[in-house]
Design a protein around this ligand. Structure first.
Ligand code: GUN
Length: 292
């Protein structure tokens, strides 16, 4: 049995093309979607992500603002900016890149984002809407992207056992909620650092979602033959043979696992490109809901 390599670049490209047409229509009606991306500090990975988000906006015709604030920015200054963006009619989505510097209380900052502009889906109002399965809320972009990949490849979820490794508010918990929802109807187990015998648990899974941030942790002995493996990890590991001195690997040991599963997302080129496509989709959705 040959393994399907899930092509997130291709799926995200098609989604972006659809969004571009939607943005053109909205713009013609005087409703150009707008996204504000806020970065505090100089974390190199965050700088790359924020750059990609702004570039994606430009490609789609979405108005964007990039706020690169110094690492010393206070909580009060950040909250003041968010209030300004909440009141700005050109802006329909507000995103504060995570993680912020340690002196910033991220949860408190998120509470200040107007939930109608919370395109990351991190505000408690949107967390509640996901749990309640209310359609007008915002779902975090990475798990939303994973669901789109399953849909694009006609991978069934109903009645399947999904094991989500990781319990973060950005990926693990929303992913579990999406899979268990009445739309997807999977049976879901959330595993984490204290789970007993993780390989044995994972071997009972039809779908594994790896979102722990530990390079190549998921090995072949975690995988039931024919399982679907979605790798959310983006880890930099030292590699002197590369021009940048590092390479990117996922949370799954791709070479070890690949032949055993029926479908797998590579890193890079799997889940990663979907995250930005879903951010664009959420921004267009926010614009529609705020300007209708
Ligand atoms: N850092 C890593 N992923 C994300 C994301 O989806 N949104 C934000 N704001 N920060 C992140």
């Amino acid at each position: 049995m040959s393994t399907i390599i899930i092509d997130g670049k291709d799926v995200s490209q098609r989604i972006r093309e659809g969004l571009k047409a939607e943005v053109a229509e909205l713009t013609a009606a005087g409703r150009t979607p707008g996204l504000a991306v806020v970065l505090v500090g100089e974390d190199p990975a965050s700088q790359v992500y924020v750059g990609s988000k702004v570039r994606a906006c430009e490609e789609l015709g979405i108005y964007s603002q990039k706020w690169a604030l110094p690492a010393e920015t206070t909580q009060e200054e950040l909250v003041e900016l968010i209030h300004k963006l909440n009141a700005d009619d050109r802006i329909h989505g507000i995103l504060v890149q995570s993680p912020p510097p340690p002196h910033i209380d991220e949860e408190a900052v998120i509470l200040n984002i107007d939930p109608r502009k919370d395109v990351d889906g991190f505000h408690p109002v949107n967390v509640a809407k996901l749990v309640l399965e209310e359609e007008d809320g915002f779902v975090p972009c990475t798990p939303l992207g994973c669901m789109e990949l399953l849909k694009a490849y006609n991978i069934p979820t109903a009645g399947k056992h999904a094991v989500v490794i990781g319990r973060s508010m950005i990926v693990g918990k929303p992913m579990a909620n999406l899979l268990v929802s009445k739309k997807a109807n999977a049976t879901v187990t959330i595993a984490h650092s204290r789970t007993a015998d993780l390989p044995a648990l994972c071997r009972t899974a039809d779908i594994i979602v790896a979102a722990v941030g530990r390079p190549e942790m998921v090995k072949a002995d975690f995988v039931k033959p024919g399982a679907v493996v979605l790798d959310v990890g983006i880890n930099r590991i030292d590699d002197a043979s590369r021009p940048r001195g590092y390479r990117i690997v996922g949370d799954v040991d791709y070479a070890d696992v690949c032949d055993k599963c029926s479908a797998i997302t590579p890193v890079p080129g799997g889940v990663g490109p979907m995250t930005i496509a879903m951010l664009m989709a959420n921004t267009v959705k926010a614009c529609r809901q705020l300007t209708c």
